[in-house]
Design a protein around this ligand. Sequence first.
Ligand SMILES: [Zn+2]
Length: 254
Amino acid sequence: MDLVDTHAHLEEIEDLDGAIRRAEEKGVIAIITMGMDVKSSLWSLNESRKHQTENLKIYPAIGIHPWNASSINDTEGDLRFIEENVHRIVAIGEIGLDYWYENARENLEVRRRQKEVFRRLLEIAKRYDKPVSIHSRGAWIDCVETVIEMQIRRAVFHWFSGPKESLKRLLDHGYYISATPAASYSQEHRAAIKYTPLENLLLETDSPVNYRGRRAEPADVVKSLSAVAELKGLNELRVAEETTENAKQVFGIT
Ligand SMILES: [Zn+2]
């Protein structure tokens, strides 16, 4: 079966070529690799595809992560960099808001900066009709409402673990969420996946994030797959087929 890891940070993986080989053995045919700032976005643009194989394609995304939004020195320059390279990517990501990060809940300036950078990146996505990969931790409703307000056509709320009201809003607008290996144990993530129709679901790993002490790599997308299949009461092949088709549609890859 064919699988797509729709959200990974390949530049942070040690032994990347080994990881790609292991992913290929599990049936992974494509990986979307994210940018966190200009440096990792440059890696995504210029280096990531050197690691792809005949059977496993790597597609670059570039963005500014909310963790970096309040500390970048040259916001205008960084945004210009994203816009100048928008034709070379399949998505803008990883972008979003994170009110649990450091003191974002109390510190209004941090939140203001996150929101400003997020909006500006969504404007670029809108202008060039690119899908977005969104980090929404602790800021679920603000993320969802901003994406709706900005009339973004294609959005994936990655590793979505927010409340049902936010989830309902994003699904009403035809947006997607993606399942990580945490779908086997995180109650919030499981509840979101259970509620989401298969046609709005994607699979991912967010590699190399640690899941219960083990660093993930793209091959672990099979863990996301089996957790979704279990939650939905469907066989893995069916879930693989449908989520891979969804991934192709959202990111315009073949
Ligand atoms: Zn991520």
